[in-house]
Write a protein that binds this ligand. Structure first.
Ligand code: BV8
Length: 250
């Protein structure tokens, strides 16, 4: 079976931390993952921020510093290129907060969990703003003077931006049943509502593909699974979607 992108085919892509692994950005689960050495709730929940905001800022500051030395890999570039080919028949939904898709040129993108290189005030309604600074004490909001600044990411237990979810729903609803593909790349399928997109796509008539370095827990939800690193697989997958030998999903 080949991933064929015909003249009317729509493509919805969901990426997770695995797509940035070959750029040197640590993933969350599995060997060396960010959650391995610390409980998620401690550093990625509002409760954890209220309990110990310094520790949360040290966690995000270290990740911001890491991002200063990494860049997009061929998987990010392949996604930006296929977007140019498909135009409004393409949408990228990422769980990643590292900004590497935008660096690679992706524009039709929904950053479902926010962006680590932005901060926002936990009290006033100032908009999230670019901030790549590292903090070892909790920064105060210089607009309202009372709030604390926090990374502009979505923590566990926090609602996602309804506008983001609406954009994804609209894309799925408008995709031509039988001529659209949902492709997940580099995600363990552990976090909702992103993890629910594969079943939502199947029931909306999308073909479901997964590219992952190993079979995640929700592998069975996908019709096609291509095992391997996304930085190698994606350029081939999209090149062959034009013509050429099919990739043999395992
Ligand atoms: C919400 C913060 C309303 C930013 C993150 C329904 C059912 C059950 C639970 C829930 C539900 N609805 C809501 C919940 C609760 C919760 C949830 O899903 N909990 C889970 C743990 C069960 N969801 C929420 O709270 C969401 N909010 O829905 O609000 C609500 C609230 C409460 C209760 C009900 C409703 C908010 C979710 C956002 C959480 N914030 N991060 C940050 O610091 O980054 S999520 C965190 O996990 C990251 O953002 C990350 O993106 C995300 C998912 O992880 P992955 O990206 O998949 O990464 P992972 O390391 O797990 O996997 C990487 C994969 O890549 C692996 O499979 C690996 O093999 C592979 N790989 C590695 N290298 C490569 C590769 N693949 C290819 N190539 C390679 N080279």
């Amino acid at each position: 079976m080949r991933l064929t992108l015909g003249p009317g085919t729509h493509l919805l892509v969901l990426t997770g931390a695995g797509v940035s692994a070959e750029s040197g950005v640590p993933t969350f689960r599995g060997g060396g993952g960010l959650w391995e050495s610390r409980p998620v709730e401690q550093v990625a929940s509002p409760q954890g921020f209220d309990r110990d905001p310094e520790t949360v800022w040290r966690f995000y500051s270290a990740r911001r510093e890491k991002l200063a030395s990494v860049g997009p890999n061929p998987g990010h570039v392949a996604l930006a290129e296929v977007e140019k080919r498909l135009g409004d028949r393409f949408l990228l939904v990422t769980q990643n907060v590292d900004g590497l898709h935008r660096q690679a040129g992706s524009e039709r993108i929904v950053e479902l969990h926010g962006n680590i290189l932005e901060s926002r005030c936990d009290s006033c309604h100032r908009l999230p703003f670019f901030d790549d600074a590292s903090y070892d004490t909790v920064p105060r909001c210089d607009e309202c003077g009372r709030g604390r600044l926090r990374p502009a990411v979505v923590w566990f237990g926090e609602m996602l931006d309804p506008a983001h979810l609406h954009r994804v729903e609209t894309f799925i609803n408008e995709a031509p049943a039988g001529d659209w593909v949902f492709l997940a790349v580099g995600t363990s399928g552990a976090v909702y509502p992103a993890a629910g997109l594969v079943l939502q796509s199947r029931s909306a008539g999308g073909a479901t593909w997964l590219v992952n370095v190993d079979p995640p827990d929700n592998r069975a939800a996908f019709e096609h699974f291509v095992q391997g690193p996304s930085g190698e697989i994606l350029p081939r997958l999209f090149e062959w979607s034009r013509s050429g030998p099919p990739l043999t999903p395992s």
